[in-house]
Write a protein that binds this ligand. Structure first.
Ligand code: FMN
Length: 382
């Protein structure tokens, strides 16, 4: 059965080249503890985005692993019978391996919440020490923990103790609260302590908490972290807007894998394109409009199944806007998706703008604005 298969070892990335094959060797397979992931380009946690429909689409189109949007520990525990928490805890067979991410303030709340996420079927528990949203920091959650290594390490210890040994625990960190030496020392204290406590991997976003999304992610810092931890597993994050950037980050920094965030919203093809590039093949053409239509339609269908017809229309608008970037008439299609209120509007956009199988375009390899889509990393899901 699927659920046990992927635990047997690392799934093959692709056929290994023979000696006279000029293609570059496959990048090393990514593993999280004993959990084999495979190709080391995975779907990041994205609050407001990486819900069940987005994760299923990403998996079907080649993401070897996905992470659910962040959840608040208290929310997982207290609203245990609400429909919102049931939607957030939804895991289906085809998704495995899939990670859940926890955020909170009090260490004692993390363990029970982590156990609940494992019971729901998640394969990995990721701990959020990165969220830079003001409200989150004000409540001593997310990125705030980078300022208090003892509390951060207690949280990790509580989670590690609360879940079975077979479940990898991972940590997501920004590169510090700010650019001070004190912040840097605290980052490394948490990093080293986390591995001592048995975390399987740490994901590092190369921006500081204060930086939020302004300015680039510092990839040199990722290289430094990887050198520092040696054979332990580090995943890199930040500014992965093209398949080539995913491979560049792995090659330039030595990290064991990368988590694609904004670059995967409305472009789930980024995972298979990165795989093709890693094989030494040319960048595949962007999907044509019929292929795009099929995926967009299916994404909508999954959203409708999850949220019901009334909410799906509104929720899917932000995805439609992102999908429009792959359309040759992107601006008009974006404007059409912005108007969507209900399922019939959505269908009309597809009928009007995806009626002919024209060639698609690659989305721009940079964010549209310095900030973030859809209001940015938020704690709404939490
Ligand atoms: C809208 C949005 C929501 C995010 N939500 C989460 C989250 O729930 N958990 C998390 O660890 N990081 C979250 N992030 C951070 C991303 O996973 C990633 O680290 C960051 O966007 C940098 O990567 P990028 O520059 O390639 O987008 C979020 C980012 C954005 C833009």
């Amino acid at each position: 059965m699927h659920v046990t298969d992927f635990r047997k070892g690392c799934p093959p990335i692709y056929e290994t080249a023979s000696n006279d094959d000029p293609r570059p060797p496959a990048p090393p397979c990514l593993t999280l503890g004993d959990l084999g992931i495979g190709f080391p380009v995975v779907q990041a946690a994205l609050s407001g985005y990486s819900d069940w429909p987005m994760r299923v689409i990403a998996r079907r189109l080649g993401a070897p692993y996905t992470i659910c949007e962040v959840m608040l520990d208290k929310f997982v525990l207290e609203v245990s019978r609400g429909s919102k928490v049931r939607r957030l805890l939804k895991v289906t067979d085809e998704e495995h391996p899939v990670g859940a991410q926890l955020m909170g303030s009090a260490p004692e709340d993390f363990g029970p919440a982590a156990a609940q996420l494992v019971a729901a079927g998640f394969d990995v528990i990721d701990i959020n020490f990165g969220c830079p949203v003001k409200k989150v920091l004000g409540r001593c959650r997310g990125g705030f923990h980078l300022s208090q290594p003892p509390v951060a390490l207690e949280i990790i210890a509580r989670v590690r103790e609360a879940v079975p040994d077979r479940i990898p625990v991972t940590v997501k960190m920004r590169r510090g609260i700010d650019d001070s030496e004190d912040s840097r020392e605290k980052f490394f204290a948490i990093l080293d302590g986390a591995f001592e406590l048995g975390v399987a991997a740490v994901t590092v976003h190369g921006r500081t908490v204060l930086q939020r999304y302004v300015g680039p992610s510092r990839w040199e810092f990722l290289a430094e972290v990887k050198r520092h931890v040696g054979s332990r597993t580090v995943l890199g994050s930040g500014d992965l807007f093209s398949p080539q950037a995913c491979l560049d980050m792995i090659r330039q920094t030595g990290v064991d894998g990368v988590t694609v965030a904004r670059g995967a919203i409305g472009n789930p093809w980024i995972f298979s394109q990165a795989t093709a590039l890693a094989r030494g093949e040319p960048l595949p053409d962007p999907p044509g409009l019929f292929k795009q239509r099929e995926v967009i339609r299916e994404h909508y269908r999954l959203a409708e199944e999850t949220y019901g017809e009334r909410r799906a229309g509104r929720l899917m608008r932000k995805f439609g806007i992102k999908y429009s970037r792959l359309h040759p008439d992107g601006v008009q299609v974006r404007d059409a998706f912005v108007q969507v209120r209900q399922t019939s509007d959505w269908q009309q956009v597809l009928e009007k703008w995806y009626a002919e199988d024209r060639a698609g375009v690659h989305p721009p390899a940079e964010p549209e604005i310095a900030g973030t889509p859809g209001g940015g990393e938020s704690a709404d899901a939490a």
